[in-house]
Design a protein around this ligand. Structure first.
Ligand SMILES: Cc1cc2nc3c(=O)[nH]c(=O)nc-3n(C[C@H](O)[C@H](O)[C@H](O)COP(=O)(O)O)c2cc1C
Length: 333
């Protein structure tokens, strides 16, 4: 049974990849993921805010007594638990590269072009096999247009591309008015892969304290369908690999991702909920399904359910929406 796949030019032993999460903060955890059979690990992200924070602190030490420091820092959000210093991040990548044989992909998380992106080169120099750039921006300004926003995305990708020679993947949110066009622009700007999709964490209201409270809920397989549809639509249309993230919990989820056209399926919630033991369960499940359905390789099924390959391409479009609403069996009491 051939489970191998290629992602960002990297030959992987299977299509299951660990998505960024606190698990990769520790090299022992990365080793454990490798032992259980994961094909590659994307490191937790180094955030633009952390890098800027550190360089502001440095400025402060170099020009002690200025009043700008406290003021400047007050603009920066509290990055919470993700406070490992940028240098520690780089060291962790270097250590992980020495400790495991699977590819290690670095992750930068930011929104603006600027000095902080030099860390892309540092991540490359630490030995990372590729870089994932997570652009997580939530527009709240009524004056900002979608084309300005998209131009910023494209600029950031081409600036990061100019810093490094290793493959670059871009992790996106699903909230774009014309995703296929943006996807093509990002690929033209130098992205070798697109990671669909970033999972947006919605704040909740605490009715006891009347505060807006962060409330991280891990995903379920139900959430697979959003990235599945878009991977199926984009497959074969771009000179880039596609990675599916969000809702990958079972062997069936990975099989669907590959059939839609993903080179890899990435998982975080399943690892956090069930531990590393879920990896062999998923991989064995993939092999069992392939044996039962007489598939010999992952490559053979890749994109077989993409929009370009299915008998009814409209199933991914508006026609499906009407059909689905119409298919609801109403039992009103
Ligand atoms: C606790 C936690 C931390 C995460 N940290 C990062 C991160 O640093 N960078 C990133 O790109 N994604 C991060 N993610 C998002 C995951 O990598 C993944 O894309 C998302 O959770 C959807 O996949 P899932 O359904 O398998 O959880 C994090 C997710 C969780 C739950």
């Amino acid at each position: 049974m051939d489970l191998t796949t290629t992602y960002l030019g990297l030959k992987l032993k299977n299509p299951l990849v660990a998505s960024p999460s606190p698990l990769s903060e520790k090299v022992e955890n990365i080793q454990r993921l490798e032992q259980e059979g994961i094909a590659a690990v994307v490191m937790y992200s180094l955030f633009e805010e952390q890098i800027i924070h550190e360089s502001l602190e440095l400025d402060h030490y170099l020009s002690r007594g200025t009043e700008t420091f406290a003021e400047a820092l007050s603009y920066l959000p509290n990055v919470g638990k993700y406070t490992l210093a940028p240098d520690v991040y780089i060291e962790t990548i270097a250590k992980a590269k020495k400790a495991v044989n699977i590819p290690v992909i670095g992750s930068l998380n930011g929104v603006s072009s600027g000095g902080w992106i030099h860390y892309a080169k540092k991540i490359q120099d630490a030995g990372a096999d590729a870089l994932e750039l997570n652009i997580y921006f939530l527009p709240t300004d009524l004056n900002l247009t979608s084309s300005e926003l998209e131009d910023n995305y494209v600029k950031l990708v081409s600036d990061v591309r100019a810093e490094i020679s290793i493959p670059l993947a871009v992790k996106l949110s699903p909230f774009f008015t014309a995703l296929p066009n943006l996807a093509r622009r990002l690929v033209n700007a130098g992205a070798n892969g697109l990671v669909l999709f970033n999972r947006f964490y919605q704040p909740d209201f605490n009715l006891g304290t009347l505060e807006v409270a962060p409330h991280l809920v891990l995903s379920t397989s139900q959430e697979l369908r959003l990235p599945l549809r878009w991977i199926a639509i984009l497959y074969g249309k771009l000179q880039a690999d596609l990675a599916l993230t969000t809702g990958v919990h079972t062997a069936g989820d990975v099989l669907k991702a590959v059939m839609a056209g993903a080179s890899v399926a990435m998982t975080a919630s399943a690892l956090l909920k069930q531990g590393a033991g879920v990896i062999p369960t998923i991989l064995n499940g993939i092999e069992a399904w392939m044996t039962e359905h007489e598939y010999e390789s992952i490559q053979q099924m890749k994109g077989s359910m993409s929009q370009g390959a299915v008998a009814e391409p409209a199933a991914f479009e508006r026609a499906n929406y009407m059909k689905e609403l119409g298919s609801y069996n109403l039992h009103f009491r």
